[in-house]
Design a protein around this ligand. Sequence first.
Ligand code: HEC
Length: 134
Amino acid sequence: MTRFLILSAVLAGPALAGPALAGDTSPAQLIAGYETAAGAPADAERGRALFLSTQTGGKPDTPSCTTCHGADVTRAGQTRTGKEIAPLAPSATPDRFTDSARVEKWLGRNCNSVIGRDCTPGEKADLLAWLAAQ
Ligand code: HEC
């Protein structure tokens, strides 16, 4: 696993928009934590629907998660300024959802851009349950 992380960091290099942070968790642990906070089990189908939905409460130029990440999360996305974003799918980017600070930072930023508020723990559990399986 360590070799994977180093290799992907080297290969991705400066093309990645995000910082390469050391992992401290796993997708399953993150989902379990959000489920506990929500007091309800995650629903991957609801997460998929939220990810693909078009919202009106956030910034006009980012109405959807797909605005930057695309609808096919096994493929690279693009920031508003045209920087490549590595695929969100762990099948394509193995170190996805393995750093709790990174997930919290980006969900915080992205939910506010798209929906205009923080995602609830239940929404985070749903989103990660779907994303982690891609
Ligand atoms: C304005 C562009 C943009 C939008 C819109 C956006 N994202 Fe992101 N997202 C990024 C960038 C940039 C990163 C950090 C770079 C990276 O992780 O490769 C990121 C990272 C993430 C991460 C962290 C992944 C990890 O490795 O831990 C998650 C989770 C995520 N986004 C989910 C979402 C969800 C869910 C939505 C919709 C609510 C969304 N994003 C909307 C640009 C965006």
